[in-house]
Design a protein around this ligand. Structure first.
Ligand code: NAD
Length: 370
């Protein structure tokens, strides 16, 4: 099962690879005019059999393969990791026709893609996502980034993977928390674009829990197709791509506030997006209504938080409230002084609006997040 889409004159492909198909990646490499140098950047937490399986596939291409072991988690999404990759590319004399392949979640993917776009102004990049968030969201769309000076994704570029490979084995190996976190981005696409995705999540709960391949792959395919629709004609996010940020204005504010306060990875990106969606629906409607409850029920069904969990952390609530408030104003979508968010009054009809009612921000944080 493949999804193909064109950006300008370039064809991009997402391949869902079954276990029985052994050499998907090397076959695609053979189609390219590369200099036959590959750097495989892999997340060390992934089951080593999968890393080995990818390595064996790459060997079939006859290319020279270099590897770089790395780690996910927000704390590693930084300039140190970025320049470790770039230093290796220089040392190994990589050219513009060399290939970088990331095998990891959103962190390894975003940083590898950024290095791919910067080194010699761009070499060939493939992505093999290994968490649900990266499978349904970060593996496509071309946003690359590191977090810098405490600001989420403050340094980045747009650079698209030529190919994405979604491996059947990965689905079984994603830890529960990483699996559930990605469901939040699926709910997001359902709310902004396609109610069928929300119904699919409701109807197929058992099969999704059990990670039945056909069901989960089908769900991912629907979500990826929805995401492609939004960025394909608006890569640089001037118009409808902005809708994909539903939940993210509050999510990034929460992520930055908890990271600074806790100095550890308290909340996953997807978990923050779930909370952010609730906050943005509440802020827009000034109350909890039908859509709020629909999203809340789906988050609960898929074990996602519907409040910040203060049992897990010791934190000064007033400081956290102030930090979330302050961080909203670091919103990267803002064009004037007001942060922007995605308003949802009806499923499938998102709108971009500004947060102007400052008094209601605190009410939203207190009533929805705390
Ligand atoms: N570029 C985009 O469009 C985009 C979209 C959404 C999110 N993001 C970014 O993605 C990041 C979040 O992605 P994520 O949730 O995948 O985070 P992550 O990459 O940090 O992965 C989460 C954790 O799971 C581990 N892990 C990864 N794959 C595993 C596997 N198969 N088995 C066991 N452990 C595994 C990682 O080491 C890490 O500890 C954030 O930085 C976010 O900003 C980017």
């Amino acid at each position: 099962m493949n999804i193909k889409y064109k950006l300008g004159n370039t064809l991009h492909q997402i391949s869902f690879c079954r276990k029985r198909e052994k050499n998907n990646i090397s076959k695609e490499i053979e189609k390219l005019r590369s200099d036959r140098n590959i750097l495989l950047i892999y997340d060390d937490k992934i089951n080593q059999n999968i890393t080995k399986q990818v390595f064996e596939d790459l060997k079939l291409s006859g290319c020279k393969i270099f590897t770089l072991k790395s780690e996910g988690d927000k704390k590693n999404k930084n300039e140190k990791f970025l320049f470790k990759i770039i230093d290796l590319l220089i040392r190994r004399k990589f050219t513009k026709k060399s290939i970088i392949i990331s095998l990891g979640g959103g962190v390894v993917g975003d940083v590898s893609a950024l290095a791919s776009s910067l080194y010699l102004r761009g070499l060939i990049y493939f992505n093999i996502p290994s968490t649900m968030t990266s499978i349904v969201d970060s593996c496509i769309g071309g946003k690359t980034a590191i977090n810098y000076k405490g600001i989420t994704n403050s340094v980045g570029t747009y650079y698209h993977p030529k190919n994405v490979f979604i491996l059947e084995d990965i689905f079984q190996n994603i830890p529960n928390r990483e699996f559930d976190a990605g469901i939040a981005e699926i709910i997001k696409c359902g709310v902004i674009d396609n109610e069928k995705i929300l119904n699919f999540l409701k109807m197929n709960k058992e099969k999704i829990y059990k990670r039945d391949y056909k069901t989960v792959a089908n769900l991912c395919k629907q979500t990826l197709q929805s995401k492609i629709k939004f960025f394909k004609t608006d890569v640089y996010e001037n118009d409808k791509r902005l809708f994909l940020n539903f939940g993210h204005t509050f999510a990034h504010a929460i992520e930055m506030a908890t990271e600074v306060n806790l100095k550890k990875d308290f909340i996953r990106h997807g978990e923050a997006v779930g909370l952010g969606m609730l906050a943005e629906i509440y802020y827009e409607n000034r109350s909890k209504g039908k859509i709020f409850n629909l999203v809340k029920d789906l988050l609960k069904t898929y074990n996602l938080p519907i409040k910040l969990d203060f049992t897990k952390i010791k934190i000064n609530k007033i400081k956290l409230l102030n930090d979330i408030y302050k961080n909203l104003f670091l919103d990267k979508k803002k064009i004037d002084k007001y942060p922007r968010y995605i308003s949802i009054k009806k499923i499938g009809s998102p709108k971009v609006k500004e947060i102007k009612d400052f008094d209601f921000i605190n009410d939203t944080i207190l009533k929805v997040l705390f």
